[in-house]
Design a protein around this ligand. Structure first.
Ligand SMILES: C[S@@+](CC[C@H](N)C(=O)[O-])C[C@H]1O[C@@H](n2cnc3c(N)ncnc32)[C@H](O)[C@@H]1O
Length: 322
């Protein structure tokens, strides 16, 4: 049946690239749901570089079948193993290499105003922008960021770091990808060139992985990065990020849902040539428990879900207010 068919080569390749993102697994699932839909929509998948339709739009038996097919495409463990092997056995090196090369090309375009994006990429852009706007609104509503020190860990192209700096925060932005860190610096400079007022403390943009970050900031933000850490490593990473934050931690991550677990189980029952995703999803309870253990209480939760972007936002404050 239709569902058992893998996506065509270009579609699968696009899907593989597109799934380096919190929206990824939604994307993988929805890629297949699109195969249930009209062929015009499937064509859009190929064009889009990412799959179509919200998982929520898939229902009943179709959902089960779509789930099956999605995981034929998207066995995360195998995909990760392949990429890690290509990077000499080091998974973090594989992520770094991706975000310095094709991942940089893809995501810097998505995180921009470029018209050279598909409808799907545009949807991911819009979803991500919502997450950033929510973080800015949270910080604005709690007294603003002027003079506050903020670490943006895994800053990407500076979508959060730049507006924070222009609002007067003392921003330390970093990313494992030199290309991403450089792009965020260029975009910040472009804002100044366009007439934005330079803040009294200039932001810094550095290439650094999360593990190597040292310092103390009022607030540590880490948006859509934990997807690159498995649960064994995410606890330690949250502990580390917490040790850097005097007052609050703002994290976003791809939430692990029942749907995803079902998907994974079904995927184990099928083989398939195309392996799509390397994303890790995290149970909200696990993230919250890690934050609690690190001395933080989650004070605000939000979810951004567009058709292709799916990200849970946690604002956590140090217990007892340090
Ligand atoms: C999906 S992007 C999100 C970027 C940015 N936080 C934002 O929301 O606009 C993920 C970013 O995490 C970075 N990244 C992945 N693993 C990392 C690590 N171990 N340390 C630092 N950055 C990492 C990637 O290079 C990429 O720029």
């Amino acid at each position: 049946m239709l569902l058992a068919q893998p996506l065509a080569g270009a579609q699968a390749a696009d899907l593989r690239d597109s799934v380096q993102h919190p929206s990824a697994n939604t994307a993988a699932r929805t890629a297949v749901s699109s195969q249930l839909r009209a062929s015009t929509e499937v064509a859009e998948v190929a064009d889009g570089g990412s799959p179509l339709l919200s998982f929520a739009t898939v229902g009943g038996a179709g959902a089960v079948a779509a789930i099956s097919a999605a995981f034929v495409l998207g066995d995360p463990a195998k995909r990760r193993a392949e990429q890690t092997k290509a990077a000499g056995g080091n998974e973090k090196a594989a992520v770094q290499s991706y975000f310095n090369t094709q991942g940089f090309e893809r995501w810097s375009k998505i995180y921009s105003e470029s018209d050279e994006v598909s409808k799907v990429q545009k949807d991911i852009r819009d979803g991500h922008a919502q997450t950033v706007d929510k973080v800015l609104a949270l910080l604005d509503s709690s007294g603003g960021v002027k003079g506050i020190s903020i670490c943006d860990a895994g800053c990407g192209t500076g979508s959060l770091a730049i507006p924070l700096a222009l609002r007067g925060a003392a921003v330390s932005a970093s990313d494992i990808s030199q290309a991403m860190a450089g792009e965020s610096r260029s975009r910040y400079e472009a804002e100044l060139a366009k007439g934005a007022a330079a803040p009294s403390t200039a932001p810094t943009f550095e290439a650094s992985d999360l593990e190597s970050l040292k310092g103390q900031w009022d607030t540590v933000a880490c948006l859509d990065v934990l997807i690159h850490y498995d649960q064994n490593n995410v606890d330690g990473m949250i502990r580390h990020l917490a040790s850097l934050a005097d007052k609050q931690l703002i994290l976003s991550f791809a939430p692990k849902t029942l749907y995803y677990s079902a998907l994974k189980r079904v995927g184990e029952l099928f083989g398939g040539k195309n392996k799509a995703t390397r994303a890790y999803l995290h149970a909200e309870a696990d993230i919250e428990a890690a934050l609690n253990k690190a001395g933080f209480d989650v004070v605000h939760k939000d979810l951004t879900a567009t058709s292709f972007y799916f990200s849970r936002l946690f604002q956590a404050k140090r217990k007892g207010g340090r």
